[in-house]
Design a protein around this ligand. Structure first.
Ligand code: ADP
Length: 471
C-alpha cells in the first residue's frame, strides 16, 4: 500500500510534486506553530485563573484573620453577607470546620454538590472535572486562636474552556485555509518554475519533428533554467553549423568525384564506339582516362587524410623533434624532383628549436606548401625558406615568386575544394584540399598558418608553432 502510494507520487508530474511538497511543508510549519501557540496561550490563561483564585483566597484569609483576632470567637453566620458580596459568578466559597462540616457556603451559578467538602492542613490548588464541568479548586487552612478550619474556593472554568475551544477552532480553520492557500501558491510557483522546462521540452520535440533550426525562445528571466535553455540553443546552433558543414562537404566531395568519373566514362564510351579499330583514339583515350583515375585516387587519398586530420586521430606518435633537419630533408626531396627550381634555405636561426609533434605531420605540411609554391610559379622559379624565432614561437616562411593569389580569393584558400579561378587552374593539377589539410594539421598542434600574396609577384606562407624547448 505504502509502496503503491510512493510509486504514484513519484510518477506525478513535477508541477504536482512541487505543489504537494510546498503545501505539506507550509501546513506542517503552520500546524506546529499554531499548536505551540495554543499550548502557551492555554497555560497562560490557566495561570490567570489561578492568580485570580489566589487573590480571592488572600482576601478571605485577611478578612477572617481580622475577625477572629477581634472577636476571639468566630461568629461564622455573621460573615455570610460579606462572603456573598465577594463571591463572583461561577464560584463557590465554603468555610469548613475541623471535621469538614460547612459553616458558611455561598455559591453563584455553581452546584454545591460538584465539590465534596474536605478539610486541609496545607494549601492545595488543582483542577478537576465533574461530569461536564471543569473546576479549579483552592483549599487553604484557616487557623486563629481556638478555631481550626478550612477555606474552600472553587471556580467553574467554563469561560476558560469556551475560550480555548474557540481558539482551537480558529487555529484549525486557519490550518485548513493554510493548506488551501499553500496549495494554490505552490501550484503558481511550480507553474512559473516549469515554464522554461516546458519550453525546452517543446523545442526538443519540434527539433525531433522539424529539424535542427528550432530554438527555445521564452528565456527572458536570467535564472539557472534560462541559462540551461541558452546553453541548449548554443548547442543546437553548433550542431546545426557542423551538420550543414558536413552536408556541404559531402556535396562538394561528390561533385569533385563526379567530374573525373564522367570524363573516364566519356572516354570509355568513345573507345567502345570507335577506339577498338583506331589506335590513335585508343592511345589518347587510355592516357586521358589514366590521368583522370590518378586524379581520382589522389582526391580520395586527400579526402581520407582530411577526415583523419579533422578527427585528430594521428597525434598518438607525438614526440619532441628537431625542426631544422625535417625542413632540410623535405627541401632536398623537392630539389631532386624539381631541378629547374632554386631553393634558398635560411634556417640557421632555428637549428636548436625542438617541437612536440609527429615529424611526418611537419613534413606533410611543408610538402603541401612547397608543392603549391612549385605548382604556382611559372616564370621566376625561386623559393626561399626561412626560419625565425619570435618570442616563444617558431616561424617557418615559404616565399615563392609565382602567380600569386588575388586579394579577393585570399580568405577562401583554406576552404575545402577551393581553387582560385578554376579556369586558370585547369592545367595545374590539384584538388583544393591541400591547404585545408595543412591548416587543420597546424591547428591540431596549436599553431597557426597564414598566407599573404600579391598577384603576379608571389606568395608568402607562414607557419608558426609554440616552441616546446630549445636544445
Ligand atoms: P590545390 O590542390 O588546388 O593546390 P590547395 O588547397 O593547396 O589546393 O590550394 C588552394 C588554392 O590556393 C589553389 O588552388 C591555388 O589557387 C591557391 N594557392 C595556394 N598556394 C598558392 C601559391 N603558393 N601561389 C599561388 N596560388 C596558390
Amino acid at each position: 500500500m505504502r509502496r503503491r502510494l510512493t510509486g504514484s507520487i513519484q510518477s506525478l508530474p513535477i508541477k504536482w510534486k512541487l505543489m504537494l511538497g510546498a503545501a505539506l511543508l507550509i501546513f506542517l510549519l503552520f500546524a506546529s506553530y499554531n499548536f505551540a501557540q495554543y499550548l502557551v496561550l492555554k497555560q497562560w490563561m490557566m495561570k490567570q485563573e489561578e492568580d485570580k483564585i489566589q487573590v480571592n483566597m488572600v482576601q478571605f484569609q485577611d478578612y477572617f484573620q481580622d475577625k477572629l483576632a477581634s472577636t476571639n470567637d468566630l461568629q461564622i453566620a455573621d460573615s455570610q453577607l460579606y462572603v456573598e458580596k465577594l463571591t463572583g459568578k461561577n464560584q463557590l466559597v465554603r468555610i469548613l470546620d475541623k471535621e469538614g462540616k460547612p459553616l458558611v457556603s455561598v455559591s453563584n451559578h455553581f452546584g454545591v454538590s460538584w465539590v465534596v467538602p474536605k478539610p486541609v492542613v496545607i494549601p492545595e490548588l488543582y483542577d478537576m472535572t465533574h461530569k461536564e464541568e471543569h473546576i479549579l479548586i483552592y483549599r487553604s487552612p484557616l487557623v486563629s486562636g481556638n478555631f481550626v478550619g478550612t477555606i474552600e474556593l472553587a471556580s467553574n472554568l467554563e469561560t476558560f474552556d469556551h475560550f480555548s475551544e474557540t481558539l482551537l477552532w480558529v487555529m484549525l480553520i486557519g490550518g485548513i485555509l493554510a493548506i488551501f492557500i499553500s496549495g494554490i501558491s505552490g501550484l503558481a510557483i511550480s507553474r512559473q518554475f516549469m515554464r522554461p522546462i516546458r519550453a525546452l521540452a517543446s523545442t526538443i520535440r519540434s527539433v525531433k519533428e522539424k529539424g535542427l533550426s528550432e530554438r527555445v525562445t521564452d528565456i527572458q528571466n536570467g535564472d539557472e533554467l534560462s541559462s540551461l535553455a541558452k546553453l541548449f540553443n548554443e548547442l543546437m546552433s553548433q550542431l546545426e553549423f557542423s551538420f550543414l558543414q558536413q552536408k556541404q562537404f559531402v556535396e562538394d566531395a561528390s561533385h569533385e568525384l563526379r567530374t573525373p568519373i564522367t570524363i573516364v566514362e566519356g572516354h570509355l564510351s568513345l573507345l567502345n564506339r570507335w577506339g577498338k579499330s583506331d589506335p590513335a583514339v585508343l592511345d589518347e583515350s587510355l592516357e586521358a582516362s589514366l590521368q583522370e583515375v590518378r586524379r581520382l585516387k589522389k582526391l580520395v587519398q586527400e579526402l581520407l587524410t582530411l577526415t583523419k586530420v579533422e578527427a585528430n586521430l594521428l597525434s598518438e606518435s607525438t614526440t619532441s623533434i628537431q625542426v631544422e633537419p625535417v625542413i632540410h630533408e623535405t627541401i632536398k626531396r623537392f630539389e631532386v624532383l624539381n631541378p629547374e627550381f632554386e631553393f634558398v634555405e635560411n634556417t640557421k636561426n632555428i637549428s636548436d628549436v625542438m617541437l612536440l609533434m609527429n615529424s611526418l605531420h611537419l613534413e606533410q605540411m611543408l610538402m603541401i606548401i612547397l608543392d603549391n609554391a612549385v605548382k604556382y610559379s611559372s616564370i621566376t622559379k625561386k623559393i626561399v625558406i626561412e626560419g625565425n624565432i619570435s618570442f616563444n614561437e617558431v616561424q617557418i616562411n615559404v616565399q615563392d615568386h609565382g602567380i600569386g593569389i588575388p586579394e579577393a580569393d585570399l580568405p577562401f584558400v583554406f576552404d575545402r575544394f577551393y581553387r582560385v579561378d578554376k579556369a586558370r587552374n585547369r592545367e595545374i593539377a590539384g584538388t583544393g584540399l591541400g591547404l585545408a589539410i595543412a591548416k587543420q594539421l597546424v591547428l591540431n598542434y596549436q599553431g597557426n598558418l597564414t598566407i599573404s600574396s600579391r598577384e603576379s609577384e608571389g606568395t608568402r606562407v607562414q607557419l608558426t608553432f609554440p616552441i616546446h624547448y630549445t636544445k
